[in-house]
Write a protein that binds this ligand. Sequence first.
Ligand code: NAP
Length: 270
Amino acid sequence: MTLQEHIDTPRVAVVTGSDSGIGRATAVRLARDGFDIGVTWHRDRDGADRTADEVRAQGRRAAVRQADLSDLPAAAAVVDALADELGGIDVLVNCAGTGTATPYLDIGLDTLRQVLDVDLAGPFLCGQRAARRMIRQGRGGRIVNITSVHEHQPRVGAAPYCAAKGGLGLLTQVMALELAEHGITVNSVAPGEIATPMTGQTDTDVHDEERPGIPLGRPGDAREVAAVVAFLVGPESSYVTGASWAVDGGMLRMGPQAGSHLADDSWRRI
Ligand code: NAP
């Protein structure tokens, strides 16, 4: 497909977990770029409706469905339901996610399984459903998995999250290898600290926040993550697959530097 054909083709993007935060910012940005959007929510139906309103305000269509990715494999059917309603699927952004703030020694099997389901098995099964449809449609596609800097580096209190996001990062690479022959690219986006409900920062101006441990000195805005997703699902990234894109203000580069500058042992506790 030529660049112009790609631009001219009606396009549908499903963004899981798009009732708030990075998912909402991505849904709205992709609508601005010409995509119709499938929105999923877990608990926040009002948030999903607000996202859909913002999508429609960009002149695009929106379809909204509930999905609890701890209820697998059933919940993954949301991808097909949204694709049926919107007439296909060209892009899947696996954005829904959850985590813990519990010491490794205190985490039970139920919690471990819940995080692994939402953050790893859910994207695995949603990706399968999206890829099968993209192959049937015969015009390629794009899958972006939202991981985290904890795809690459650990965090105290986040053992299941790190296991899931690290797994999702390597899953992304296998998907990229296996789906390339079908014209489907698969990449991950690894955010650092982003101002969203997950980090307790709603309605925050990130430029007012100081983060001495982050090279750029502040948290990120969800729209800064959405901009990278937009590139990865757009026509300009046609030769990019199997990559992990950090959107972290340089946080991942701070390992040894931070390690030699921490003044006390407080990092060992949550
Ligand atoms: P958020 O606004 O709280 O978004 C989390 C999303 O996941 C919400 O849409 C939530 O739905 C959904 N979700 C939670 N549990 C679910 C479940 N059981 N089934 C289906 N959906 C579920 O926070 P966010 O920061 O934008 O997070 C989006 C993604 O970015 C996550 O994968 C997260 O790990 C990743 N990330 C965030 C940061 C950060 O600093 N904010 C950093 C690295 C990575 P409801 O709201 O309806 O419950």
